[in-house]
Design a protein around this ligand. Structure first.
Ligand code: UDP
Length: 239
């Protein structure tokens, strides 16, 4: 598909940073706000899968710079992600939405293991599925996980919620006043122009598999709901 109108099943990528409200740890008010918006979309019948980052707790590369072993630091990053997943699950359930967390690192007391066919069944039954612990492998980013999970679980589109920016721009809007927002961007164009939308592995995986992606700003009122419902918002990246 090259359009995102009336998506049946959507993968939403939320960065971990947002969960912390700009600080280390969790800001429950922020999580509650996101849960309300996701719940509204779920009630309207969209099937939803979610991948969350962990930047509000640990980033492997940063801990490595401070002297830690990268692999161990990445595992800490993945465990941080799981805390974000549990927080979002909690607030979604308070909104009356059924949810399942599935983690790439098994921890049976806390969440289901990652089983794609089961995840699809959950979504068909109206449950929101939250994929936690990244890919379960060091050296990957949650951007890449978002694309991989979307492909494997047959989502129609990846919706990337950004904080502080409302789409893809021709240049960095923070430093270049001539930068303008792009409505529709083609994968090859993005590569040619050197526009960094997601990390390169994630972006390549998305392009190669012709998976449409929408990059949107999560700050506007109801933006997450609107994106999940397929309203035209942010920048559409397509083949
Ligand atoms: N991580 C990993 N493998 C994965 C996903 C995440 O090792 O498949 C680790 C990595 O250390 C990363 C951290 O988890 O820095 C948090 O994820 P990320 O930085 O992507 O979160 P975000 O920037 O979206 O908040």
């Amino acid at each position: 598909p090259t359009t995102t109108q009336n998506p049946q099943r959507v993968l939403l990528k939320l960065s971990g940073e947002v969960f912390g409200g700009g600080e280390v740890g969790l800001d429950p008010d922020v999580v509650r706000g996101m849960a309300r918006q996701i719940a509204a979309a779920a009630r309207s019948g969209v099937q939803i899968a979610i991948v969350i980052g962990g930047g509000n707790f640990f980033r492997g590369a940063e801990l490595q710079q401070k002297g830690m072993d990268r692999v161990r630091a990445d595992y800490m990053g993945m465990l941080g992600i799981v805390m974000n997943c549990l927080a979002l699950q909690d607030f979604l359930e308070k909104e009356g939405v059924d949810t399942r967390v599935q983690t790439a690192i098994t921890m049976g007391q806390v969440a289901e293991p990652y089983i794609p066919r089961r995840a699809i069944r959950h979504m068909e039954k109206g449950r929101v599925v939250i994929f936690g612990a990244g890919m379960g492998m060091p050296f990957f980013s949650t951007d890449t996980v978002a694309v991989q999970r979307a492909l494997e679980n047959k989502c129609d589109v990846v919706m990337v919620a950004k904080s502080g920016v409302d789409g893809v721009y021709t240049a960095d809007p923070k430093t270049d006043p001539t930068a303008t927002k792009i409505d529709v961007l083609h994968y090859d164009e993005a590569v040619e122009k050197g526009l960094r939308v997601m990390d390169q592995t994630a972006f390549a995986l998305c392009g190669e598999n012709k998976l449409p992606m929408v990059v949107f700003g999560m700050e506007g009122e109801g933006n997450i709901t609107r994106a999940l419902q397929g309203e035209k918002i942010g920048t559409l990246v397509t083949v």
